[in-house]
Design a protein around this ligand. Structure first.
Ligand SMILES: *[C@@H]1O[C@H](CO)[C@@H](O)[C@H](O)[C@H]1NC(C)=O
Ligand SMILES: *[C@@H]1O[C@H](CO)[C@@H](O)[C@H](O)[C@H]1NC(C)=O
Ligand SMILES: *[C@@H]1O[C@H](CO)[C@@H](O)[C@H](O)[C@H]1NC(C)=O
Ligand SMILES: *[C@@H]1O[C@H](CO)[C@@H](O)[C@H](O)[C@H]1NC(C)=O
Ligand SMILES: *[C@@H]1O[C@H](CO)[C@@H](O)[C@H](O)[C@H]1NC(C)=O
Ligand SMILES: *[C@@H]1O[C@H](CO)[C@@H](O)[C@H](O)[C@H]1NC(C)=O
Ligand SMILES: *[C@@H]1O[C@H](CO)[C@@H](O)[C@H](O)[C@H]1NC(C)=O
Ligand SMILES: *[C@@H]1O[C@H](CO)[C@@H](O)[C@H](O)[C@H]1NC(C)=O
Ligand SMILES: *[C@@H]1O[C@H](CO)[C@@H](O)[C@H](O)[C@H]1NC(C)=O
Ligand SMILES: *[C@@H]1O[C@H](CO)[C@@H](O)[C@H](O)[C@H]1NC(C)=O
Length: 397
């Protein structure tokens, strides 16, 4: 009952900032922008020379996509309150962490160039007398990163033997073997055509990714690929991804927890710390002093990172439809203080030039008819998906 009232009021409050309702904290997760393929198959006519920057690099289109997303995020929060995140970079307000991959680091930099377009000459960038050729209004903003192998938050491929062990067990399941068997003629056909071993367990997602990017770049498709073959590749990529994320029926909570749970835990921790420190104004611990001032926490990452987090919310297909998140897809997790206590709102941005829309009510355990979920409820429903000690849980059993 209480929550329903909040649901009706918040959209109004959000615009006008009436009463005590206040945006406290925002976390943004995004996928990098348009890129070149990370690799290709031996028989491909388009090898590395096709791509100006080599394999797996952010393209100029990808930079544009993130500049635009940064502008969009800035507009959203200026609209809620121009004083929420100052248009001038202030180190205390923002923290950006990226996976240690060129395209996510460069996407973060491009995004921040769009987010902070109104720097102050002589403060956030040098004045034109000292550096006449400084890029117009560009302020350098720090982007932090951590080693890929230990980056359980951003990188679903971080070192975790238990994931590999569970995946190998899935490969032995009747359902996995059945799908493989039914599609064996196709796998044989693709293996012969590409010169690379293609199966449900390996190669199919990568093949899909490479062909998708070549199509996006208007390259001529190989003669062995027609619409029917392509649709089958899309379907099997979907199935392969679902096994990997632990959502192929039956859902595997342990796999969900290992792939997406560390990010969920970080998202929850950041919100709880923010709320606790805001409430306990006398807490002068370094962690509280930092978090009280901080408004915006960013994770620059991958399609797999977004999919991993979405699977901890619920069946990711409710949000994504088919396949993994598109370039510059993004999730915002907002923490609001309202008259009925702290509330979480989750929003999704499916692709370049599309708006953010609320997906809070798709989260299992949250009210299905509200765009807000109380922080308590959100934390309680998240507990089964949050690793207590990821290094211990990643040990093979
Ligand atoms: C942004 O920060 C500057 C000082 O850095 C301050 O003068 C200005 O009032 C702030 N803007 C808003 C909207 O809070
Ligand atoms: C990333 O960029 C560095 C140079 O900054 C380059 O040496 C390296 O090969 C690139 N890494 C990948 C995976 O492309
Ligand atoms: C494999 O799947 C098909 C179609 O879903 C089903 O008819 C068949 O019984 C399954 N076979 C096994 C061995 O599970
Ligand atoms: C295997 O691929 C070659 C071309 O790479 C093609 O000529 C041949 O017909 C293919 N064989 C089968 C069985 O598909
Ligand atoms: C591919 O072709 C489409 C349609 O002609 C065009 O809109 C698009 O800009 C092209 N993409 C590239 C990367 O050239
Ligand atoms: C697509 O290619 C496969 C393999 O060559 C062939 O069996 C099938 O008939 C083709 N389908 C269409 C619609 O052309
Ligand atoms: C792909 O999967 C959908 C949904 O399961 C099914 O309706 C469709 O026939 C499949 N298409 C192909 C080409 O296998
Ligand atoms: C915040 O406070 C709650 C309730 O006292 C506690 O359960 C939680 O562990 C605290 N979290 C952080 C990050 O301070
Ligand atoms: C939340 O708002 C209430 C008033 O509705 C206020 O008493 C409380 O201190 C606020 N909490 C935080 C963390 O800002
Ligand atoms: C969930 O929220 C979305 C966006 O606000 C809304 O369109 C949809 O109707 C809601 N679903 C339910 C069951 O209320």
């Amino acid at each position: 009952m209480h929550t329903c009232i909040v649901a009706l009021l918040l959209p109004i409050l959000q615009l006008s900032q009436v009463g005590a309702d206040e945006l406290l904290f925002v976390q943004a997760l995004w996928r990098h922008g348009d890129r070149s393929p990370t690799r290709t198959f031996p028989n491909d006519q388009y090898q590395v020379g096709q791509w100006p920057q080599g394999w797996g690099q952010l393209s100029a289109v990808g930079m544009q996509q993130h500049f635009s997303l940064g502008t969009r995020i800035r507009a959203r929060y200026n609209n809620i309150s121009p004083s929420f995140i100052n248009a001038t970079y202030r180190p205390s307000e923002i923290y950006v962490r990226s996976t240690d991959v060129n395209r996510t680091l460069m996407s973060a930099l491009s995004n921040l160039a769009g987010f902070y377009q109104n720097g102050v000459m002589g403060v956030t960038f040098p004045d034109s007398n000292s550096v006449p050729t400084w890029p117009s209004h560009w302020s350098p903003i720090p982007v932090h990163t951590v080693d890929s192998n230990t980056d359980h938050i951003g990188n679903t491929d971080s070192y975790c033997p238990r994931i590999d062990q569970i995946y190998r067990a899935m490969e032995q399941s009747a359902i996995f073997k059945n799908i493989t068997q039914q599609n064996q003629p196709l796998f044989d056909y693709l293996t012969n055509a590409t010169g690379m071993h293609i199966s449900l367990a390996s190669g199919i997602s990568s093949l899909h990714d490479t062909l998708f990017i070549e199509q996006t770049n208007n390259l001529t498709m190989p003669s062995w690929l027609n619409d029917s073959i392509w649709n089958q590749i899309v379907n099997l990529t979907q199935i392969s991804d679902d096994f990997y994320f632990g959502i192929y029926p039956p859902a595997n909570t342990e796999m969900i927890r290992l792939t997406g749970g560390s990010l969920l835990k970080s998202v929850v921790y950041q919100m709880q710390l923010k709320y606790n420190c805001t409430l306990n104004v006398m807490d002068m611990s370094p962690a509280c002093q930092i978090q009280r001032a901080r408004k915006y926490y960013v994770y620059s990452a991958h399609d797999t990172t977004l999919a991993g987090l979405l699977t901890t919310f619920n069946d990711e297909h409710q949000v994504l439809g088919m396949l993994l998140p598109k370039y510059a897809a993004s999730i915002l997790v907002e923490l609001w203080n309202t008259t009925s206590g702290p509330q979480v709102q989750i929003l999704y941005h499916p692709a370049f030039e599309m708006p953010y829309y609320p997906i809070t009510n798709l989260t299992s355990g949250c009210p299905s008819t509200s765009d807000y979920c109380s922080l308590d409820t959100f934390v309680k429903r998240s507990v089964p998906y949050m690793p207590v000690d990821i290094n211990a849980e990643c040990q093979a059993q």
